[in-house]
Design a protein around this ligand. Structure first.
Ligand code: FE
Ligand code: FE
Ligand code: ZN
Length: 277
């Protein structure tokens, strides 16, 4: 069965997210761990979480992909911004243990002029300083579009970060289809080639989740503007190939398309129909 969901608002708590997911035919979902701009996190409500865990179990909802605030920059030239990212992510990881065994994806950041080597090192250092032996959450590095001084618009950056992380069992990759297309990877005409390149450079065993998005821009644009499924330059057929690819078809797929709930419900049903496994 296709594991698919979308980004949901976390403001009404976990049980509300579970119910929202079910109402649109989703069996996984993503959410921001706190205000995406990086504000303080909501207090943990253990009762809400207990009810959610039971609801998720009963309804086959799993493989949650929590998303760190996208304004964090683990490889900023400013030490105070790197420290803020480190502290925020460490706090998120502690909170995510209330819903154990899921994923936490983050943007590896922009080197802001330091150069990609320094950025890659700082990102790996940050990960080594927050990963604990006890955590059950797998942290996922998101593949990026390479806009501005963003790192990880190239598979080799992701691979270098992973090679420097000490606890490799706690780290993986979230592949965003809009981002890698914008970064220049041709998933429309050569999906097999892109996947085998991913395997050669990063290793498919590290691939844990997919952000399934169309792109408003052409390949190599380095823009990062998501489009609805079938309304961008990647197109419906290529995204159908992504969900059906034998190396990807069992992963959780998260829609980050510009939709309301009705729109997500519609995309999920179209994708379920296109799923051949
Ligand atoms: Fe993201
Ligand atoms: Fe994404
Ligand atoms: Zn994006």
């Amino acid at each position: 069965m296709l594991k698919i969901g979308c980004h949901l608002s976390a403001s009404a708590g976990y049980l509300a997210m579970g119910e929202a997911a079910k109402s649109i035919g989703a069996n996984t979902f993503a959410f921001f761990t706190r205000n995406p701009r990086g504000g303080s996190a909501k207090a943990i409500n253990e009762k809400d979480i207990a009810r959610f865990l039971e609801f998720a179990e009963d309804n086959g909802i799993s493989s949650l992909v929590a998303h760190s605030p996208y304004t964090l920059n683990p490889c900023s030239a400013k030490p105070e911004l790197r420290e803020f990212a480190r502290r925020t992510m460490a706090d998120d990881l502690a909170r995510l243990e209330y819903t154990p065994g899921n994923f936490y994806n983050f943007h590896p950041g922009s080197h802001t002029g330091q150069g990609e080597d320094i950025g890659i090192n700082q990102c790996a250092d940050m990960l080594n300083s927050i990963i604990t032996d006890e955590q059950s959450t797998t942290i996922l590095i998101e593949t990026m579009s390479g806009k501005g001084s963003e790192i990880c618009g190239d598979f080799s950056h992701v691979s270098r970060i992973i090679s420097m992380v000490e606890r490799k069992d706690k780290i993986g990759v979230c592949l965003d289809t809009c981002h890698i297309w914008d970064a220049g990877y041709d998933i429309v005409n050569n999906l097999d080639g892109v996947i085998s390149e991913f395997d050669k450079i990063i290793g498919l065993k590290n691939l844990k989740a997919i952000h399934l998005n169309d792109s408003l821009n052409q390949r190599g644009s380095h823009k990062d503007r998501h489009a609805k499924i079938g309304e961008g330059y990647i197109g419906k057929e290529a995204l159908f190939q992504v969900i059906n690819h034998e190396a990807l078809c069992n992963l959780p797929f998260i829609l980050e398309t510009p939709n309301d709930m009705e729109g997500y419900k519609n995309e999920i049903s179209i994708l379920r129909e296109a799923y051949l496994h």
